[in-house]
Write a protein that binds this ligand. Structure first.
Ligand SMILES: *[C@@H]1O[C@H](CO)[C@@H](O)[C@H](O)[C@H]1NC(C)=O
Ligand SMILES: *[C@@H]1O[C@H](CO)[C@@H](O)[C@H](O)[C@H]1NC(C)=O
Ligand SMILES: *[C@@H]1O[C@H](CO)[C@@H](O)[C@H](O)[C@H]1NC(C)=O
Ligand SMILES: *[C@@H]1O[C@H](CO)[C@@H](O)[C@H](O)[C@H]1NC(C)=O
Length: 270
């Protein structure tokens, strides 16, 4: 089970340092200067990143000028700005840390369910900061406070978006490793590998292997797993084998060929 420990370590986010009261007050006062411009803020984000606009089914592919003054646009803009206002109001007070964590974790889960990527959260951040720079009094201290606030938010959101196991997202590995849920997932993954490995080396099983591995690719695509993440899994698996089995050149070459064959089926399906 050590291998899963290593893998899971890679997906647990960093612990952020909370905003001081002074930093929070810089973020709060600069936000107050613009937070009544909900429509303009969302329009600035969409103008800079049409791929974000396209995540909203009712706005996808439409001309920004034609949607900007609609009620639906105002509704979404208000929802997004109100969320930011809520989190910003809670910042700079350690008593609110759990409330912020829960709000921002839910934000991550909701957006993951809608197929929003961490890169798109990064785009939103870039557009928001550009908007602030253009519309508030933007000194180095304000920039640093916003940067820290956004870093803290991203430290919570990104593991929820990227972590492919929603029940483990953002959690300390030591706290999940001995749970039944962890054992269930570990057994499922290892059993799948055992099944495919048992079928290998016999041409009569080629169709069965192809079908199992194709389904693996399709299932993981549906959960937003990338080819790069399959590559990470492979790297961690091989490192685990190297450390724990008798690993000669012939063993390495056989595993490499087996994994290349598997990837040749999985990767085109992602
Ligand atoms: C910090 O938050 C707690 C709980 O929300 C609240 O009772 C307290 O008054 C806040 N402290 C400050 C300095 O705002
Ligand atoms: C915010 O900045 C943008 C870009 O400079 C500008 O077009 C817009 O008018 C500003 N908004 C307000 C409310 O001043
Ligand atoms: C190869 O697989 C077929 C079908 O699963 C099986 O009948 C046969 O015994 C296997 N051959 C070897 C050498 O294991
Ligand atoms: C597998 O290798 C890792 C890394 O060297 C080691 O920590 C772990 O104890 C090994 N597992 C077993 C069951 O020997």
């Amino acid at each position: 089970m050590k291998f899963f420990a290593v893998l899971a370590l890679c997906i647990v986010g960093a612990i952020a340092s909370p905003l001081t009261a002074d930093e929070a007050s810089l973020v709060q006062s600069s936000w107050k200067a613009v937070s009544h411009n909900e429509v303009e803020i969302l329009a600035a984000v969409f103008a800079a990143y049409p791929d974000i606009q396209n995540k909203f089914s009712q706005f996808a592919g439409k001309d920004l000028a034609s949607i900007k003054d609609t009620g639906a646009f105002a509704t979404h803009a208000t929802r997004i700005v109100s969320f930011l206002s809520e989190v910003i109001a809670l910042s700079g007070n350690t008593s609110n840390a759990a409330a912020v964590n829960s709000l921002v974790s839910k934000l991550g889960d909701d957006h993951k369910a809608r197929g929003v990527s961490a890169a798109q959260f990064g785009e939103f951040r870039t557009a928001l900061v550009a908007y602030l720079q253009a519309n508030v009094s933007w000194g180095d201290n304000v920039a640093a406070a916003w940067n820290k606030a956004l870093d803290n938010t991203f430290a919570i959101v990104v593991p929820h978006i990227q972590n492919k196991f929603s029940q483990f997202a953002g959690k300390d590995l030591a706290s999940i490793k001995d749970t039944g849920a962890f054992a269930t997932h570990a057994t499922r993954i290892v059993s799948f590998l055992s099944e495919v490995i048992a079928l290998s080396g016999n041409d009569s099983n080629a169709a069965a292997v192809n079908s199992l591995v194709s389904k693996l690719g399709d299932d993981h695509k549906a959960r937003g797993v990338s080819a790069a993440q399959f590559g990470e899994f492979r790297t961690a698996l091989v490192a685990y084998l190297q450390a724990n089995v008798s690993w000669g050149d012939n063993v390495a070459a056989a595993w490499n060929k087996a994994l290349d064959n598997t990837f040749a089926i999985v990767v085109p399906r992602l």
